[in-house]
Design a protein. Structure first.
Length: 141
């Protein structure tokens, strides 16, 4: 059964899985989670790990900022402008592709799939399911 083959990997992803499991509306204990649920959670955890990897990928990051610059595309914060010398070249990058659109053969497109965001806006994107446009509209209000 696929599940047991993935067992070790599931353990490696256990932190993400626990987060995902605890995110479920009605909290379930381990025995109540069906094999199908575990497979779905495992898939999601695996994809989440990929997304985080895209955001940490140095090469992809470089190509993203080369195209979009170092200013937050949501609030316009510029680290160099605010902090001077120590802020030069500092920005986070956010990966835009929804988890359900990521499949085995997916390759990150740094210019279109990654956008520069400041750590505050980045945190709000990950805390909510708002898009960059939604968050931009929200902070304008
Ligand atoms: Zn920002
Ligand atoms: Zn992100």
């Amino acid at each position: 059964m696929i599940l047991s083959k993935n067992y070790q990997e599931i353990h490696r992803c256990s932190t993400s899985l626990l987060t995902l499991i605890s995110d479920k509306k009605d909290s379930q204990i381990a025995e109540e989670i069906s094999d199908e649920d575990v497979e779905k959670l495992f898939e999601r955890a695996k994809k989440q790990i990929n997304v985080n990897a895209y955001e940490r990928n140095t090469k992809a990051r470089q190509l993203c900022v080369k195209k979009h610059g170092y200013t937050c595309c949501i609030c316009g914060f510029d680290f160099e402008e605010f902090y001077g010398e120590i802020g030069v070249g500092y920005i986070h990058v956010h990966h835009l592709i929804p988890l359900n659109k990521i499949h085995e053969k997916y390759q990150v497109d740094p210019e279109n799939d990654l956008k520069p965001v400041c750590p505050n806006c980045h945190a709000m994107l990950h805390k909510t399911s708002l898009s960059i446009e939604d968050l931009r509209t929200l902070i304008k209000k």
